[in-house]
Design a protein. Structure first.
Length: 269
């Protein structure tokens, strides 16, 4: 089951390593940890059409952890929003694929992100707009666990619950690491589930690398009425590359040629 999505996620990870190695900069750890979530969303769940990227009835995705843009770009290219050959131009001065997503120039990107903590507020606005416009689309927001140390996230969490935004489905990519170290040592975000429940959210916790679990959680979220849903996805930073997994040093450092070759050999095995 989910063989196609598994293969897509694997290809996304290959693309991420190739992109970052060519760029010489970027964020592998959190890009690799989010691949399975994005693969399920774009290839099983979301109503999106590369031939009509501005469709007012499309589902929306806000990558609140915008530094994980390589994962989003890999998904969008695989989906057909732009040529896969363009991925290798990541972070080049002449490229439209910069270090953070830009909705003004990248087909399929619904929100420019990069300033951590702001994505959930934007997703709220999109979900509320959908209600006011009598449209039935869903809004997905993928946040980092370090990101939810930002106070604006909690203002947005309060607002989403207050307005009963049941077409808002948020993920926390809970890989336990941020740029400065372990979340619990830098500024603990736990207990994530209890906090969001106290704010009025429906909360689920899953294995963020289990395709069935991700899919089932989204369906459960869609069936939940009157409140937004948070899916806490337990993930591994650097997932898929043994020497990157659970290593905080790979938060924002691109692999060199030798490291990229080793990583690609693992991913393609």
């Amino acid at each position: 089951m989910h063989r196609d999505v598994k293969d897509i996620a694997k290809q996304m990870r290959v693309d991420i390593i190739e992109m970052l190695a060519a760029a010489g900069s970027g964020h592998p750890g959190g890009s690799l940890s989010a691949c399975d979530i994005l693969a399920v969303l774009y290839f099983e769940k979301m109503n999106v059409d590369p031939s009509n990227p501005e469709d007012p009835d499309r589902d929306r995705l806000v990558l609140a952890k915008g530094h994980a843009a390589p994962a989003l770009y890999a998904a969008l290219a695989e989906k057909g929003f732009f040529p896969r050959k363009d991925l290798i131009t990541l972070r080049k001065s002449s490229s439209y694929l910069q270090g953070h997503p830009n909705m003004n120039i990248i087909p399929g990107v619904d929100m420019s992100t990069g300033s951590l903590g702001q994505g959930l507020s934007v997703a709220n606005g999109m979900a509320l707009a959908g209600r006011l416009d009598a449209r039935d689309y869903y809004v997905y927001c993928v946040m980092g666990d370090g990101e939810i140390q930002e106070g604006q996230v909690w203002e947005a969490a309060m607002s989403a619950a207050h307005y009963g935004l049941d077409h808002l489905i948020a993920f926390v990519d809970h890989n336990h690491l941020q740029i400065d170290g372990n979340n619990d040592e830098v500024m603990t975000v736990n207990p994530i589930e209890d906090k969001f429940r106290a704010f009025g959210w429906h909360v689920l916790t899953i294995d963020g690398h289990d395709y069935d679990a991700i899919s089932d959680a989204v369906e459960t979220a869609k069936a939940t009425k009157g409140k937004p849903t948070l899916i806490v996805a337990e993930t591994v930073k650097g997932k898929g590359v043994s020497f990157m997994e659970n290593q905080v040093g790979w938060h924002g450092v691109a692999p060199n040629a030798e490291q990229a070759e080793k990583a690609l050999a693992e991913l393609r095995a």
